[in-house]
Write a new protein. Structure first.
Length: 312
């Protein structure tokens, strides 16, 4: 196990309900059909946009996100992208549904289906991993081929990542860079993949009978790629928390058929991204972002070294 030094579930520094402009609050209340009496800001994630569970006077609960297109341009654009992805998701994809969007003054708003749920336990448990793995498999099946025709490909989106190894200070930079350079042959596929699949984007829902299922949230970064990619990226957190992900991988319906070298290529590529990202300045709006990226860097670095038999 590699201890994580971030407060899981409390990593976001978000805009609060009281900080929204009056016209924006009024528009949300109108959309929801009544006055908001309670706002529970969601602490997971690493973005500063508004994301709260709002309770109305009638007791109903609603999930709303919002960001200013002036003060938070990047996050407003990200929410807009998320809304577009959610509109296209087939019903078979295990994900909360988009209910509405709106624009008020310079704010973009979206209402998403509220579900009573919990996040996966940290450290990860084998049971929660099984639920999340089933979810990733269901999403891959429902999203092959991708809905719509304009999703960018993983090959296009990750094109700059192999070059990061030219400047990363790592004792095996040349070897890892050579692996990452082969990514285009490995990450080609015809599945819409989430690419940001981790515990703070997963909801575990009880259907009322004590049986849980997993839902996948925050579809901001979806691209076309291989059907197995999300199932692999899901394993980073559990691996860092001490679970035997190699046994999981070997028995997996998709990953079990992927050549081991291809798995290593994907890990090498993502390791470069997290290594470069963790070295950047800590943004004041997301104080735990770099620490989370550094943890994922260290987990993947150790995992790849183990898989390759490297002993420095």
């Amino acid at each position: 196990m590699l201890p994580a030094r971030i407060p899981h579930g409390r990593t976001a520094r978000r805009v609060q309900w009281a900080h929204l402009p009056p016209r924006v609050r009024a528009a949300i209340a109108s959309r929801l059909g009544g006055p908001v009496v309670e706002a529970d800001s969601q602490g997971g994630g690493f973005t500063p946009g508004f994301a709260s569970v709002l309770t109305l006077a009638d007791g109903s609960r609603h999930f709303v996100k919002a960001a200013s297109t002036k003060a938070q341009r990047a996050f407003a654009d990200s929410y807009r992208d998320e809304a577009e992805q959610l509109r296209r998701l087939p019903a078979a994809v295990p994900s909360p549904r988009l209910l509405w969007t709106d624009e008020v003054d310079d704010w973009f708003l979206l209402g998403i289906e509220h579900v009573a749920a919990r996040a996966p336990h940290r450290p990860w448990t084998a049971g929660d991993l099984a639920l999340a793995s089933d979810m990733a498999l269901a999403a891959a099946a429902a999203l092959t081929p991708p809905p719509g025709a304009d999703a960018s490909s993983a090959v296009e989106e990750f094109a700059a990542w192999p070059g990061l190894w030219d400047v990363i200070d790592h004792p095996r930079a040349a070897e890892i860079g050579a692996l990452a350079a082969r990514y285009a042959d490995v990450l080609t596929g015809d599945t819409l993949v989430h690419t940001d699949i981790r515990d703070d984007n997963i909801l575990l829902v009880d259907d009322g009978s004590g049986v849980e299922r997993a839902l996948l949230c925050d579809w901001n970064w979806a691209v076309r790629g291989p059907a197995w990619l999300d199932s692999l990226l899901l394993l980073v957190g559990p691996r860092g928390d001490g679970l035997d992900v190699e046994a999981h991988l070997a028995a997996h319906p998709l990953l079990g058929d992927v050549p081991p070298e291809d798995i290593d290529v994907a890990l090498a590529l993502v390791l470069g991204y997290f290594t470069a990202s963790a070295a950047q300045r800590v943004p004041p709006t997301s104080p735990y972002l770099r620490a989370a990226q550094a943890w994922q860097r260290d987990v993947i670095d150790d995992w790849l070294a183990e898989r390759r038999g490297w002993r420095d």
